[in-house]
Design a protein around this ligand. Sequence first.
Ligand code: PRX
Length: 691
Amino acid sequence: GMGSAPHHDRLGHMGPRGISRLNAIVLGEALAAEENDLVFPSHDFSRHAHISSPEQYQNMYERSIEDPAGFWSDIASQFYWKKRWNPEVYSENIDVRSGTVKIEWFKGGVTNICYNALDRNIEAGNGDKVALYWEGNEPGQDAQQLTYAQMLEKVCQLANYLKHVGVGKGDTVIIYLPMLMELPIAMLACARIGAIHSVVFAGFSAKSLSQRIVDCKPKVVISCNAVCRGANVIHLKEIVDTALVESVNSGVPVDLCLIFENKSAMKRESTKWQIGRDVWWEDVVPQFPTKCLVEWVDAEDPLFLLYTSGSTGKPKGVLHTNGGYMVYTATTFKYAFDYKPSDVYWCTADCGWITGHSYVTYGPLLNGATVLVFEGAPSYPDPGRCWDIVDKYKVTILYTAPTLVRALMRDGDEYVTRYSRKSLRILGSVGEPINPSAWRWFYNVVGDSRCPISDTWWQTETGGFMITPIPGAWPQKPGSATFPFFGIQPVIVDEKGNEIEGECTGYLCIKKSWPGAFRSLYGDHERYETTYFKPFAGYYFTGDGCSRDKDGYHWLTGRVDDVINVSGHRIGTAEVESALVSHPHCAEAAVVGVDHEVKGQGIYAYVTLVDGIPYSEEVRKSLILAVRNQIGAFAAPDKIHWAPTIPKTRSGKIMRRILRKIASRQLDELGDTSTLADPSDVDQLIALIDR
Ligand code: PRX
């Protein structure tokens, strides 16, 4: 069995009032853990936790909803502010009639997130504490570390350099780096001087990089020459070179590229160089002073842009601001991972995604945590690498994605059990729903049935955790993200936007704002309002489906829009389609997600070729290559299904519902095909399965 649940013990420190649903679960008679699939934190774990009972959560949650201004002000006061925020604390104008949205938190407050992450922790006496451990791709490679004081010096040198080359408050900087220490350093250096960073995941292609450059017009692009991931060497500088040619052609030249020489991957002698534009990081940055005054910014000044996928082909520049994001990422990190100063924290996400922003860089460092940054691939040189790293650094909190859990699960328990893992005390999951069997394996095998799992549901847009277990507070159910974080009011609505109560399934929306919410889409506030606040008037629409069970637990069911989630990477079907049709042989493409054992979802593409082009293996390969080149390898279709015609309604709408059924081979569940312009298109497609 699972959860060695000392239920009756736990009842001892619960309050007698079973007012809430939550208390009802814990106090209720139906406490047969096996039956209800409840997994309890150990008594010892709860006793030492920040929040150790459902009742304590409930009290804090109620206050956060009834008095958001007071609740968040108390927390925000723990940070350093040059000037305190305006008395109203926040203002949210989500106007149902006009459709306009404006959200502000701590407006008028003047602060700096870099100061709060580094200087403040150093002043509190933690200058000698390790801020970052860095583990390279090769197991034997020299590991590195930086204390808080050392990290501040590195950040200041880069900040001074950036100022020297003319980067100032409000300017954008693109960071295209792999998981080197220089990545969080670059983010913090931008934040220190009030510049807006836009990190582009180093797995994106030149085309995607240039698209982002053209959109945000950076003063500087920061990158490195190459990186080793697993057995591969990736020449990032070459990708940057190509991207910059394309951005020049689009009328957005970049004058300065700061390139870090990642010596273990590639020497500078073999790196192609454009004199006048390219500068080696190591040649300039270390010459600058190790102290740099901060640029004090308003809480609502932009901190960063992060491009993410939506239901159109054009990525959206999600905009986060300084104050609310700082307070929110720090607080969610502290409670969802029950963070203690003695923890060693490892998040396997890349800083190119929101998880790396909020929970590699900002959230943990704001808490003064010791963070491990890993350059390599988690199964290299073998599937035991993660546990080798956990033992080497005595990692206590491990935050990762279901896709990795499933991959490692398939590789077998021996790779796990040969390592001790006894330092671990909390496990985290993010990016996609974690299926109960992967949850159990993570819990039983990786965590030796000791470590609560925080299955954190959130999004690029939300800045931080929205629905998440608070590990010491309540029993978990494998596969459920449980309950909302403080200040978050999730609602489940039906097609018409009516809130549904109790046990139900529907569209997940959020009522009201929270400090970490994104404030806009860069350069397109109207798209922000239309995409997120129009579908269900008055609410933020998440794009996810969700069920609530009889005990009030939330179960995320995946995207309900045209976004798919491949290995936790968010990909718009429209982006893949437009990459496919950019291929000269492709006449039309329709992409759907299909269940995938390891990746969660796979990419399934229906393709019609232009007349006269024979359907061949060669064309198939070059179509996949087109997607790799246009977006990146992570977006390559798993399957290309030849489609002489793509089934459409009489009005010309692609019938995705049917395409999904065919993709998942549920051929007897195709449903009504009579609305199709030509129902025989479907038979034709079915005949071409496996061709
Ligand atoms: O569908 C949800 C899924 O990932 C989407 C957000 O993707 P992105 O903005 O790239 O951020 C990923 C990291 C926060 C959501 O709309 N998702 C994320 N976490 C979970 C999840 N689905 C289920 N359970 C989760 N824990």
